[in-house]
Design a protein around this ligand. Structure first.
Ligand code: ADP
Length: 482
């Protein structure tokens, strides 16, 4: 054939190891790559036997050798090849019989680099999970140890509160108590997070009264709501059975976290809690919850990393409101442990709506064998949300005039007190109220926001006055009766 001379050339150039051997296991030919990788001179390689090169895979017995060769001829086999210095490396081997002559062709691909890489990756993964385990164990131990002294301090302070009559001292002790509570919340968050991460978290299944639980949750937050003069509304579906079976403590924790965030990040307006039953099949009940607020809101970009651990959407928020950024990460994992999911819908400056579902068991079996799907809550909620935003946005309506005046008054007070963070938040909520009042109002509001951001008292007061005049010009004097 015209190109016959190309055969040995191709065999030499290929990066695979090529060996030709006979039925006795003597090597008849080895290419350049085989000689180099096996560290033999080429002519010495042809004096070797296959059992020398493949010590484990081709035993050195006269009939054993060829039996093994024939077995290896099907597909690709992983084997070990030995170098002249007795070290070995892994290869993927294919063997073909050569027609007409008493010889076999062996092609071997060196996979040692790939195997080493896989081993290193496995090693690194093992080390990482070992590190994570150790870190979580350490965190769990330390936080557990921290809880004891904080509870000790709290207990002693509570005793002192009983004995002390001086109102100033009582006030100081109240501050110590609230510091202890904050610290316990943080410690518990870290402890929960470590437990969730290490997969040691177990969800309880005990009977509880759902409606009583909701009453307790709402009562826990009513003082904070009143203090901030927010409007709190609660819609709980009467169809939800009283007696449910599940983890009351953890469901309470989820709701408490969402509610305390809603209150924390809302300066004016409302907080709304909704609980509905979306599905009931035999003894299984699916509940839907939504916690909405008219607070500072969260931008789309920030929403993406909201449920990750240690993520607070903005570093300045940590300074302003405190917190560890663990609450929502824990909440998401708890919701998932209860076979549900959690979502957020929010717009910067307009408010947020966190909704989640959970599956619980009911003590009373549903009469209906069919799955009952109740309200499509998410659609219903979207409508409600739209109404609320529209209501807040309509500039000049009686209801909003009152709201606008309230916010403007709070704003001037905050500026006077130098409470710049609070003033900035108020300004951003005022923005939503004057937004539909025209570009000049919006521009005026922005100027005021800039001055507040720079903590410039004179400029802020000046801009506040100008915004007040611009509002009066548009819808009459809100401060008429003062
Ligand atoms: P933290 O314990 O620090 O509050 P979370 O995980 O509960 O941590 O919340 C993370 C961040 O998400 C908060 O710091 C805040 O920036 C944002 N966030 C959560 N809830 C709301 C809300 N209702 N309105 C505005 N921002 C929110």
């Amino acid at each position: 054939m015209e190109f016959e001379w190309l055969g040995p050339r191709i065999a030499d150039e290929t990066i695979e190891l090529v060996l030709v051997f006979n039925e006795e296991g003597s090597i008849l030919y080895g290419n350049q790559t085989a000689a180099a990788k096996l560290e033999y001179d080429r002519d010495k390689l042809t004096k070797c036997s296959m059992s020398q090169i493949f010590r484990q895979d081709f035993p050195n017995s006269p009939d054993g050798f060829i039996t093994f060769v024939k077995k290896s001829m099907k597909g690709v086999k992983e084997m070990a090849m030995y170098r002249s210095n007795n070290s070995c490396f892994s290869v993927n081997v294919r063997i073909f019989p050569e027609d007409g002559i008493d010889a076999y062709l062996l092609l071997a691909e060196d996979i040692s680099a790939q195997k080493n890489m896989n081993m290193r990756i496995r090693d690194l993964k093992e080390r990482e999970s070992e590190n994570n385990r150790a870190r979580n164990e350490f965190t769990a131990n330390v936080t557990h140890e921290l809880r004891t002294p904080v509870n000790g301090i709290k207990g002693h302070v509570l005793e002192l509160v009983e004995e002390i009559t001086d109102p100033d001292h009582k006030k100081t002790l109240d501050i110590v108590l609230s510091c202890c509570d904050n610290m316990l919340t943080i410690i518990n968050d870290i402890l929960d997070f470590a437990k969730l991460e290490s997969g040691k978290f177990v969800i309880d299944e005990k009977p509880f009264d759902f409606h009583e639980m909701m009453d307790k949750v709402i009562a826990t937050h009513s003082a904070a709501v009143n203090k901030k003069e927010l409007h709190m509304s609660v819609d709980i579906d009467e169809k939800i059975p009283h007696k449910l079976i599940g983890d009351e403590l953890r469901l309470t924790q989820i709701l408490n976290n969402l509610l305390s965030n809603a209150i924390k990040f809302t300066m004016v307006g409302y907080v709304n809690v909704v609980a509905g039953m979306t599905r009931r099949v035999n003894d299984e009940v699916e509940l839907f919850f939504m916690v909405r607020d008219s607070g500072i809101g969260i931008s789309q970009k920030e929403q993406d990393r909201l449920f990750q651990s240690f993520s607070q959407v903005d570093a300045s928020i940590t300074r302003r409101f405190g917190g560890t950024g663990l609450g929502l990460a824990i909440t998401k994992q708890l919701v998932e442990l209860m076979h549900g999911d959690i979502h957020v819908e929010s717009e910067k400056g307009k408010g947020s709506a966190f909704s989640f579902s959970v599956k619980l068991k009911s003590e009373q079996i549903s009469d209906d064998k069919q799955s009952q799907v109740y309200v499509n809550w998410s659609e219903y909620m979207k409508e409600g949300e739209k109404d609320n935003v529209d209501r807040l946005m309509q500039f000049g309506e009686a209801e909003n005039k009152a709201e606008l005046k309230k916010r403007m008054d709070k704003l001037v007070l905050s500026i006077e007190m130098g409470a710049w963070d609070k003033a900035e938040l108020l300004a951003s909520t005022i923005k939503t109220l004057v937004e539909s009042g025209g570009d000049d109002l919006k521009r005026q509001e922005l100027r005021m926001e800039m001055a507040i951001r720079k903590s410039n008292y004179d400029k802020s007061m000046d801009m506040y006055g100008k915004l007040k005049d611009a509002i009066t010009e548009k819808i009459g004097d809100l401060w008429d009766s003062e």
